[in-house]
Design a protein around this ligand. Structure first.
Ligand code: ADP
Ligand code: ZN
Length: 717
């Protein structure tokens, strides 16, 4: 460890200082500042951000600012090691405890935790299998208990880890320190599971970073297949490279054949193809030798091609999650891309068929088991393929047979095996003595999963029929409230579809002038002309007077144009900026972060020396913008006001120690250091406000709060 650079005691406690000093970042990413301030004010939290959204900083930064050690639960040893190494390189005292350590080393690290040597300790979830380990942690002052990849505790997530289920109990045992859960899985059911199993108390919930502004989402209600092919043809002609998702292998083959007839360069991909053919198809597409991939949802996990310009759903997918994940494979390079779902209600039948096939009821499972009992040979084996079995069993849904056998295998009643000399699998009874009526099935769980799958299908159907901005609908579904209309989906375009080229009204002229002067304020005038310094989103945020941390940190709130178009709304402004660009009034640099600036023509229009004709976004767009009520930011104190005043803290501490001495009790019985920290940061001025602070109950407030509030009051003067 690079010891000595920073010791646990010498860490800066002011979050904005720490951000720059320890991490070298000048600003927060979307959502980070809200989470950090919620954690620094002592709240539990559930944070959902996409991969790469910057979750680790959300607990590493508070870890530095809080007294005591932050425990981080992380499921993968390799990742854990990377994180600890990175922290140590920054000079932050961090370590990890996992199965690669022997018992002595573990004990040693726990001892050093107790002595306050570390700010962050990463712990593998399976450590909590040991009661002794959990017990030992009780003696450590844990400031924050951060659980990374928290979806691992949901059985409905894709990565269930039973060890995670123990964390709720472990938290109880170690006295419920402040707890924060982090995940990239935004589905409502996974979030509900996390809240339930961890027992988070009135947590700060934050979902952010899921919008994809460069994607234009469209849902086309298509009467039949020919209509769908018409759309496919047009989209390929316009956008060239992309993916077409189908629900069944049969449909993949059919669509692929059609593309071939059209002479489109393409590959087909589905799970029914053999391994070689699949990886060949994947390679051809990834290496850009083919333009279009036609695939079932089996295609995707490993595809990494950033210039996918369109994603077409030839049929309705089974859930909003699947839809957005697949659509999200478009435009990874940040360039504008289109996603189109070709909806036909008849296709919902295919999805219902899948649900039935994936969720055989207890009755079907027992029927299959009885069949295996009847047909097994002396070795308790049934050497028949699923297809052969079903020819005799005649289940209505052949998929259900495979699912039923999986259920039986999961419960240890059967296993699949390779039939010698053939490339086929048979089924073997593992507990042949167990009678059909005695097999144990979790009927409630089976029914629950069936119900959830049906709910998901219902949601994606609702989505297809909704008339709201597609992006807003999806973000709302994931829990990201108050998003502004995207301005580019079919619904947004429709509400602006009366747009025609005309001269500005007086009001519009004013808006354009204000918008252009905003651009000017955020650019630099040089001898060579205008030079951009910010992107479109930032400029719009500034114009609408956003209170985001970004704005304030960059002091954009001090510009004379700040909030000039407060009443116009970002949805309208996004459309307007697009039009200003196509009318040649503003321009953007090319590159990863396009910087926007004025053109000469733009300068003249701004100065009122020239009139413009634009395709005006309809005023309906402004009406469509929801006010940013109850946004995450409004819920928590502003971070900039949450610096750490060491002098105030010391005064509060002295008072606390004095009271403890007088009453002959240990200091923490009055208030813990952590609670005093929250007093320092939040500066409550009333008993009610103090009651909202972690560690201040009714009793303590009545008994002790007054002198502390008095210190805070006089400190401000
Ligand atoms: P996640 O855990 O959400 O997938 P990470 O925590 O690994 O994301 O962060 C993703 C990347 O973003 C990292 O390279 C990290 O250094 C960077 N990052 C995090 N916060 C900031 C910030 N405030 N400014 C700039 N880069 C940041
Ligand atoms: Zn929209």
């Amino acid at each position: 460890m690079v010891a000595g650079v920073t010791t646990a005691a010498s860490v800066t406690k002011d979050p904005l200082d720490a951000l720059e000093k320890h991490f070298g970042f000048r600003k927060f990413l979307d959502g980070q500042s809200q989470v950090v301030s919620a954690l620094l004010s002592g709240r539990d939290a559930l944070v959902v951000m996409p991969t790469g959204g910057g979750k680790s900083l959300c607990y590493q930064l508070p870890a530095l600012c809080l007294e005591g050690v932050t425990v981080v639960i992380s499921p993968l040893i390799a990742l854990m090691k990377d994180q600890v190494d990175a922290l140590q390189r920054k000079g932050i005292p961090a370590t990890m405890i996992n199965s690669t350590l022997d018992l002595n080393d573990q004990r040693d690290r726990i001892r050093r935790m107790k002595e306050g040597e570390f700010k962050l300790v990463y712990i593998a979830p399976e450590r909590f299998r040991s009661g002794v380990f959990t017990e030992a942690l009780r003696e450590v002052e844990i400031a924050l208990f951060a659980i990374d990849e928290a979806h691992c505790l949901s059985q409905w997530g894709h990565d269930f880890r039973p060890d995670y289920l123990r964390l709720g109990q472990a938290l109880d045992k170690i006295g419920r320190p402040q707890t924060a859960a982090f995940t990239a899985t935004a589905t409502p059911e996974v979030r509900a599971d996390i809240l339930k199993h961890l027992g988070l108390r009135e947590p700060f919930e934050c979902v952010s970073g899921f919008s994809r502004p460069n994607l234009s989402l469209t849902i086309t209600h298509a009467g039949g297949h020919e209509e769908k092919y018409g759309r496919v043809r047009d989209i390929i002609a316009e956008h060239k490279t992309g993916i077409i998702y189908c629900s069944t292998r049969k449909r993949v083959d059919e669509v692929a054949l059609r593309l071939k007839e059209w002479g489109v360069s393409s590959v087909a991909y589905h799970a029914g193809m053999d391994e070689n053919a699949r990886s060949r198809a994947q390679d051809l597409f990834i290496s850009k030798k083919r333009d279009v991939a036609v695939a079932t949802n089996a295609f995707g996990m490993g595809i990494d091609r950033s210039d996918v310009r369109f994603v077409i759903h030839f049929e309705l997918p089974g859930s909003v999650e699947a839809y957005y994940q697949e659509a999200g494979r478009a435009g990874r390079d940040g360039e504008p891309s289109v996603c189109e779902l070709l909806f036909n209600f008849a296709d919902t039948r295919t999805q219902e068929f899948f649900i039935e096939g994936n969720n055989p009821g207890a009755k079907t499972i027992r029927e299959v088991y009885q069949y295996l009992q009847n047909k097994s040979d002396a070795q308790f084996e049934v050497k028949k393929t699923l297809k052969e079995i079903n020819e005799e069993l005649e289940l209505k849904n052949e998929m259900a047979l495979g699912s039923a056998i999986s259920q039986l295998a999961r419960r240890g009643y059967v296993e699949r095996f390779d039939i010698a000399g053939q490339r086929l699998k048979g089924t073997r009874l593992l507990q042949p003595k167990v009678k059909t009526r005695d097999i144990e099935l979790d009927v409630t769980a089976l029914e629950e999963k069936d119900r959830r799958d049906r709910d998901k299908l219902k949601s994606v159907i609702d989505f297809s029929y909704s008339n709201d901005c597609r992006q807003v609908w999806i973000l709302g579904y994931f829990g990201e409230a108050d998003a502004a209309p995207c301005g580019s989906c079919d619904m947004c375009r429709k509400s602006g579809n009366a747009r025609d080229l005309r001269e500005a009204t007086e009001a519009e002229t004013l808006i354009v002038k204000k918008a252009l002067s905003g651009v000017a304020r955020m650019s630099q005038k040089t001898a060579a002309g205008w030079e951009g310094r910010f992107g479109r989103a930032k400029i719009i945020q500034m114009l609408v007077g956003s209170r985001s941390q970004d704005m304030i940190a960059a002091r954009l709130d001090e510009l004379s144009t700040y909030g000039l178009l407060k009443d116009t709304g970002t949805g309208y402004l996004n459309l307007l900026f697009r039009e200003l660009a196509s009318a040649g009034l503003i321009q953007a640099t090319v590159g990863e972060y396009p910087l926007v600036t004025l053109t000469d023509r733009g300068s003249r229009v701004m100065a009122g020396k020239e009139e413009v004709k634009l395709r005006w976004p309809s005023a309906a767009m402004t009406a469509g913008v929801k006010p940013a009520s109850r946004s995450a930011a409004a819920d928590t104190p502003v971070l900039a006001e949450m610096g750490f005043d060491q002098r105030l803290f010391d005064q509060l501490k002295a008072k606390r120690n004095e009271i403890a001495r007088n009453e002959g009790v240990p200091a923490f019985v009055v208030f813990s250091n952590a609670t005093l920290e929250f007093f320092t940061r939040l500066r409550p001025s009333t008993v009610e406000a103090a009651l909202r602070i972690r560690g201040v109950g009714e009793n303590k407030a009545a008994k002790y709060a007054a002198p502390f509030l008095e210190i805070i009051r006089s400190h401000g003067k």
